[in-house]
Design a protein around this ligand. Structure first.
Ligand code: NAP
Length: 473
């Protein structure tokens, strides 16, 4: 009951997933409902947890309709004819779920479901690729042109566009989870993020799409940051996690759902450079792209990691000629080494895989050494570009405290904001620089490239501040 009341504060329609609720008093719940209710008693076959006989399930669904549920859900694989003959069809949501992909005959299936006369047809499939969202968009376009009430959902981490953009594509509804609660389906986004971060109710045909392209995306700060900046600047824009199977998968999605600007992360930074029609000289020098800008039919490709990396060093007026030791030889190391060389520092790179350190050093006229030799190496500035020390392994550190013998330590890890490496470096009297500074700077540059204007520093700080606690009642 408490969950239903909480959900009503966010939603236009509350789905009662009766298969997840023990000792449900439906009569009481429906008597006290404060917004329209969709009653669902999902069978195990279609991803739910109801285990009883089908006859009992039918009885419960019909009883819910009789007691005042505004809509009842019935699967296309079950006794929908009985439900449609008993409940007014406009109150019936006829649903189909495919947990492991999209059936090849999806369009024909939607057609025959619509022919039943059910008020709403719901199709939930699993997106294996980002471009799978396009198939659902086309289905919605067809349904809209024929005045049919269709709701589509792509489950999984690659289905985010269908969930957030679905209503603007014509989906009759989109599903969201209870804030702080367990998701009822894979990839479901909590209602507070749907309405707050993604402003789903404000998205319309003119809303510009931005996103983070990578795989996997984990818990990146970028969607929270960029969406908060869009909201602060009152932009009709949304920034989504766009997890893609490959960069080609992203390009296929982008061809149908134009992405106005994107941040690019592992493992696509190099592919994005290869695919770029107009890479910047910085992106070419680093050999990686982290920002895409669509302008006038052309996709520009930039690298804001370099500027983002350098700025905190310049702000601290670190002089040229310092000796920098770079840990790691991946994409972030490339941007850092290029930046350090631009600042006139000498660079030595060490990596767990010595061959990677050697080949990276050769690209940037730097030196290299073996990881095991870190304690012997002398440096003024230590730069960690490995993920060591990031969540969920925040207790780890790439270098022992005893070996922190130089003047400055710069940790590119920004999750947590203060890493063990930085804590121990401060304890040894080193100056420290958090990866969060680089992260914010590269994001501010992305906004400048997308909109021609840097966001205000105040808005940046507010965007990453921990959320205020909701008052409890
Ligand atoms: P990447 O391309 O995968 O490279 C990671 C590097 O770290 C590789 O050289 C890898 O060595 C090394 N490494 C991984 N695990 C290690 C371990 N346990 N011990 C020693 N070395 C290890 O990743 P990336 O794109 O460079 O990103 C690296 C880190 O930088 C991430 O934590 C990322 O979040 C952070 N980053 C921060 C910013 C920012 O704005 N602050 C920007 C970009 C990246 P092998 O070659 O042996 O695998």
């Amino acid at each position: 009951m408490a969950a239903a009341v909480k959900a009503a504060a966010w939603a236009d329609l509350v789905e009662i997933r009766a298969d997840f609720i023990r000792d449900l008093s439906l009569r009481r719940l429906l008597r006290k409902k404060s917004c329209p209710v969709l009653f669902t008693l999902r069978s195990r076959r279609e991803g739910g947890s109801f285990q009883g006989p089908e006859r009992k399930r039918l009885e419960c669904i019909l009883e819910a309709a009789q007691l005042g549920a505004d809509y009842v859900d019935i699967e296309y694989s079950a006794f929908w004819q009985v439900v449609l003959a008993t409940v007014p069809p406009r109150r019936v949501v006829l649903s189909y779920h495919c947990m492991d992909g999209i059936p090849s005959d999806l369009e024909a299936l939607a057609e025959s479901m619509a022919a039943t006369g059910a008020g709403v047809v719901k199709i939930a499939v699993r997106a294996k690729r980002l471009a799978d969202n396009v198939r659902l968009l086309r289905l919605l376009e067809d349904a809209s042109s024929r005045g049919l009430n269709l709701c589509v959902v792509a489950m999984g981490s690659r289905g985010v566009p269908s969930r957030v953009l679905g209503p603007s594509w014509g989906s009759w509804m989109t599903f969201a989870g209870l804030p702080g609660g367990e998701a009822a389906a894979d990839g479901q986004i909590p209602a507070d993020l749907m309405t707050g971060r993604y402003r789903v109710r404000e998205i319309g045909p003119a809303t510009q799409l931005f996103g983070l392209v990578g795989n996997p995306l984990g818990h990146s700060l970028s969607p929270a940051l960029h969406n908060a900046l869009f909201a602060a600047d009152k932009r009709d824009a949304v920034y989504l996690p766009l997890e893609a199977e490959s960069f080609a998968d992203f390009l296929e999605f982008d061809a149908a759902v134009p992405v106005r600007g994107a941040s690019v992360t592992i493992p696509f930074k190099e592919c994005a450079l290869e695919a770029a029609a107009a890479p910047s000289s910085e992106a070419e020098a680093v050999g990686a792209v982290n920002t895409l800008i669509a302008a006038g039919g052309l996709r520009r490709a930039e690298n804001t990691d370099v500027g983002g990396f350098i700025r905190p060093l310049r702000e601290r007026a670190l002089p040229a000629g310092l000796r920098a030791l770079v840990l790691g030889a991946g994409g972030a190391a490339r941007a850092a080494i290029h930046g350090l060389r631009l600042m006139g520092m000498s660079v030595c790179v060490v990596s767990r895989t010595a061959a990677r350190a050697r080949s990276l050093a050769a690209c940037f006229q730097a030196e290299w050494s073996e990881w095991e030799r870190i304690p012997e190496l002398r440096w003024d500035l230590l730069v960690n570009t490995t993920p060591v020390g990031s969540q969920p392994h925040a207790d780890q550190t790439p270098v022992r405290a005893a070996d922190l013998t130089g003047g400055w330590v710069y940790d590119l890890v920004y999750n947590p904001m203060e890493t063990r490496l930085l804590r121990e470096a401060a304890g040894k009297g080193c100056g420290t620089i958090s990866g969060l500074e680089m992260f914010l700077e590269q994001a501010a540059e992305q906004q400048r490239l997308w909109f021609g204007k840097r966001p205000q520093a105040k808005n940046m700080r507010e965007a990453i501040a921990p959320p205020r606690q909701e008052p409890s009642d």
